[in-house]
Design a protein around this ligand. Structure first.
Ligand SMILES: *[C@@H]1O[C@H](CO)[C@@H](O)[C@H](O)[C@H]1NC(C)=O
Ligand SMILES: *[C@@H]1O[C@H](CO)[C@@H](O)[C@H](O)[C@H]1NC(C)=O
Length: 420
């Protein structure tokens, strides 16, 4: 026990002269004797630290003063906000002043949104279905619909369906609300416009494409889709073919998936669900169609097979040069990976580019809008390369999952050319 105490005492007692020097304050008056008593190494260290310390201290003081001045100025300025700040605050936080009334107008729901040729693929996956796409300016939205127990539900697979997510609740009712807001009856505007204004306030003539992907049997699902569109039809909100002309409306409904072509064609004087034609069958260099030249209205077959986009309700043998055009179809589309292939080398071969050009020519000649789906979305640089190429070659709609990058358009400086 006594041994331990002695050890501690020894450790604490200042026997070493260096330790004595250490205990002196750094800035204490420097006596010659102390300098002499320390080792040369220690003296050099101490002088060096003094050389560094004074400028550092000065710098910190300077920074402190600058900081203080800037805070003081900020406080001072905050007592005198400028007129614009005060005005925007009043608008934003809404006191009952007269400015509140000039902030809103009847059709301001889509203010500031500039529509672009993008199609929101599987739109119900977006954070807010429909609205996220509209916010980004997309002029096309896609909903996969399932007929279950006499109602239409929206989801990618049957396992994803819920009672709340219906075609009506997610698309039809919100669109009705938007269009009613866009077509108000006021003292200034007592009558309905003909045609009605569309959803985009910056371009009211722009139609919104509602692409309905029939997931269940086409013949059965058709009647339900047709019936649920009635509120749009009654208010004149649907684009339609009247037997001779296409009458544009705020909403253009296109059926894809198992949508049966024979039912699209069934009414020759009033069509408001358009077909998503098979783009690969329209290529201008496709000789296989030349032998097969039936008139567009001559489709009599009652093929009821559900074989997916562009081919349901019509057999291959019936597809002729004139089968698909603007009187019955809106889009012409095909899976990019299936029709063109996966460009592993990051470049399209000349043959592939020629094929794309032939498809685009064939579709445009018939008055159809070109859209490729199943475009590789990764790697991003490949996707951007393909998007740029599509735009350059005249593809009308980009099928997109990534709304942000599609509509920001920084992947292609010439992108402003493709819209229209
Ligand atoms: C279709 O609409 C156009 C334009 O409004 C009109 O000139 C034409 O007569 C209509 N066709 C029929 C068959 O009603
Ligand atoms: C075509 O549709 C219009 C409008 O819904 C309807 O009045 C007409 O009876 C239909 N014609 C046929 C042949 O189904």
């Amino acid at each position: 026990m006594r041994g331990i105490m002695a050890l501690i005492a020894a450790a604490l007692s200042p026997r070493d002269p260096r330790r004595t020097a250490d205990a002196r304050p750094l800035l204490a008056p420097h006596s010659a004797s102390s300098c002499k008593s320390s080792s040369r190494h220690y003296r050099r260290l101490k002088c060096l630290s003094r050389c560094l310390c004074y400028p550092l201290l000065g710098l910190l003081v300077m920074l402190g003063i600058i900081q203080f001045i800037s805070i003081a100025c900020g406080i001072l300025i905050s007592f005198f906000p400028d007129e614009i700040d005060r005005a925007t605050d009043r608008w934003r936080y809404g006191d009952q002043g007269p400015t509140m009334d000039i902030l809103h107008w009847p059709t301001d729901i889509s203010r500031d949104i500039v529509p672009v040729g993008c199609h929101s693929h599987n739109d119900y996956w977006r954070p807010i279905p429909l609205f996220s796409a509209l916010q980004a300016g997309c002029v096309g939205v896609e909903a996969d619909v399932w007929l279950v127990d006499n109602d239409l539900y929206v989801g990618h697979r049957r396992s994803a369906l819920t009672p709340q997510r219906t075609l009506q609740s997610m698309y039809i009712n919100p669109l009705l609300r938007i269009l009613e807001q866009q077509n108000p009856i006021t003292d200034f505007h007592p009558l309905d416009d003909q045609p009605p204004q569309g959803v985009f306030d910056t371009d009211p003539s722009q139609t919104l494409i509602l692409l309905i992907d029939f997931k269940t049997d086409g013949q059965e699902t058709w009647d339900y889709v047709y019936a649920q569109l009635a509120p749009f039809r009654e208010r004149g909100y649907l684009s339609y073919f009247n037997g001779t002309d296409l009458i544009p409306g705020p909403i253009t409904v296109v059926g894809t998936g198992n949508t049966p072509f024979n039912l699209v064609m069934a009414n020759s004087t009033h069509r408001d669900i358009f077909f998503d034609a098979p783009l690969d069958k329209l290529a201008d260099d496709d000789d296989s169609l030349l032998n097969n030249n039936q008139g567009g209205n001559a489709v009599t077959s009652r093929t009821t097979e559900n074989v997916g986009q562009g081919l349901s309700g019509i057999s291959d043998g019936e597809i002729g040069q004139d089968t698909f055009d603007w009187t019955n179809s809106y889009y012409a589309s095909v899976s990019f990976k299936k029709s063109i292939g996966m460009p592993w080398s990051f470049r399209l071969t000349e043959r592939e580019v020629d094929k794309i050009r032939a498809q685009i020519r064939g579709a445009h000649r018939r008055g159809l809008k070109v859209r490729y789906w199943g475009v590789p979305s990764w790697p991003r640089s490949l996707r951007n390369h393909l998007w740029s190429m599509f735009v350059r070659e005249g593809v009308d709609y980009l099928n997109v999952d990534d709304l942000q990058s599609a509509t920001r358009q920084d992947w292609q400086p010439r992108v402003s050319d493709w819209w229209n």
